[in-house]
Design a protein around this ligand. Structure first.
Ligand SMILES: *Cc1c(COP(=O)(O)O)cnc(C)c1O
Length: 463
């Protein structure tokens, strides 16, 4: 299995190389050259398997010869062993034909653990084998950073630096990043918003001298291995509800488009999927783009669902690549327009392709709070604000005859202020994290300046 860049100008890589590289050298994102399919029988056979075995079968065709079957199985088993639920990704019913897919039972209580825990295991195997070290630098709106730190803390061949927007993440999110005391973990509070963090990260990757000197590796949601790990739970959830004999739809609270793009990959692999619904908060660039055809950034408006406070949706480039018939030159041109003019217009043909696959909706802050309150009253479930955005958009866009699966992307205890404001009830942290607020914090404030950031990384990394 070979991987190509969405901008058509970077070397073709193996799974392992694409995983360790992250962003392609032409600024693009790696995607598989072709999408392998599972037959209806193979999909049906996933029913009743444990999560780990289903994960192996869904992901194996993408991995090629980077890992042996035994190595890959061992990585999967280790990745999910620390989850707080035997099913890993259990389904809960909200209403007739509306289900919640709980993706928050991992060590940092958000769906990002599914990919990050696996990537941590895979990096460790690949780096040890090659006797290589890497410096991971990541940008986070809150959940990626804590998941990355949790996955890489204490690993021999990895230093991990996480940039987060100072004052824009919840206390639980911040403490999950600042309390691990391993010497290879560095939480950096950047003076700016998430898009600034993401922009500086891209600058580091595009500064090839720095990139090669420190062995820069990316684990942001643009990393293909992360998208792949997220494909699995689309299959396990759909099969629980009767796939491949019954179609289902998914609603996905969306920011960087990584999670919902995994749903698209599942569909391309043969999972019968009726609709993929994009749910956004007031930072609605994706909803505006699907509605008007114009992809245009504006300032980020901080919301109560901060992990979706994004105006540049990185993985959308992968969707555009396919919608433009895999024309890397066309994608490179759109991205250049984005850089120079702050936006671009999607061609009519590509827009029609996107509208066939995705529908979208946007939810206000008030609607989000009202949804948390109402679902608590009618079902007893406490939703995190991101999940509430998903549920509200799902309710507005569903066909009652098709099972709707809304992805619950974080545990309510990760965002206790918003949940308490809405439902009058403060969700408690699971037992295993009860001491989070008594551990000392370690964090470095950094300016929104590339040279200063690079200096911090060079100085702190181990050699
Ligand atoms: C990251 C995140 C999202 C958005 O996921 P994308 O893959 O960036 O679209 C939604 N909800 C929560 C809780 C998250 O952490």
């Amino acid at each position: 299995m070979r991987y190509v860049s969405t901008r058509g100008g970077a070397p073709v890589l193996s799974f392992g190389e694409a995983m360790l590289t992250g962003l392609a050298r032409d600024g693009g994102l790696y995607v598989p050259e072709a999408i392998p399919a599972l037959s209806a029988d193979e999909i049906a056979a996933l029913g009743g398997l444990d999560y780990e075995e289903a994960a192996f079968r869904v992901m194996r065709p993408f991995v090629g010869d980077t890992f042996t079957d035994a190595e890959f199985r061992q990585a999967i088993d280790a990745a999910y062993a620390g989850f707080g639920h035997a099913a890993r990704a259990p389904l809960v019913q909200l209403a007739p034909n509306h289900f919640l897919l709980e993706l928050f039972h991992g060590p940092t209580l958000a769906f990002k653990d599914f990919a990050m825990q696996l990537i941590g295991q895979l990096f460790q195997i690949a780096l040890a084998r090659e006797g290589r070290r890497v410096t991971i630098v990541g940008a986070t709106s809150g959940d990626t950073g804590s998941a990355a730190i949790e996955a890489f803390r204490g690993l021999d061949n990895v230093d991990v630096f996480i940039l987060f927007p100072e004052g824009r993440v919840s206390d639980v999110q911040r403490r999950q990043m600042t309390t691990p005391d391993e010497g290879n973990v560095h939480a950096l509070a950047l003076a700016g918003d998430f898009d600034d963090c993401q922009a500086r990260l891209k600058d580091m990757f595009n500064h090839f001298e720095f990139r090669d000197e420190v062995g820069l590796a990316g684990v942001n949601s643009i990393n293909w291995a992360r998208v792949l790990a997220q494909v699995v739970y689309y299959f396990t959830a759909a099969v629980s509800l009767g796939a491949p004999d019954r179609k289902v739809s998914f609603t996905v609270p969306t920011g960087n488009f990584g999670d919902i793009f995994a749903g698209y990959i599942a569909k391309r692999m043969g999972l019968p999927t009726e609709k993929l619904v994009i749910a956004t908060n007031q930072n609605d660039i994706l909803h505006r783009c699907l509605t008007t055809g114009r992809y245009e950034t504006s300032r980020v408006k901080p919301s109560i669902s901060p992990s979706m406070d994004i105006q540049v949706s990185s993985n959308f480039e992968r969707a555009l690549f396919d919608a433009y018939g895999r024309d890397g030159r066309a994608v490179a041109q759109l991205m250049a327009e984005m850089r120079d003019a702050g936006g671009f217009t999607v061609s009519q043909g590509a827009l029609e392709t996107l509208r066939d696959l995705y529908i979208s909706g946007r939810v206000s802050e008030d609607q989000t709070l009202a949804t948390i309150a109402r679902l608590h009253e009618t079902t007893g479930e406490l939703l995190c604000p991101h999940t509430a955005v998903g549920v509200a958009v799902a309710e507005a866009n569903r066909d009652p005859s098709v099972p709707m699966i809304t992805l619950a992307t974080a545990h309510p205890a990760k965002f206790p202020d918003a949940v308490e404001k809405a439902a009058g009830l403060r969700p408690g942290l699971p037992e295993r994290m009860a001491d989070l607020f008594s551990r000392p914090e370690r964090v470095t404030s950094v300016p929104n300046d590339l040279a200063r950031l690079e200096a911090v990384v060079q100085e702190r990394r181990r050699r």
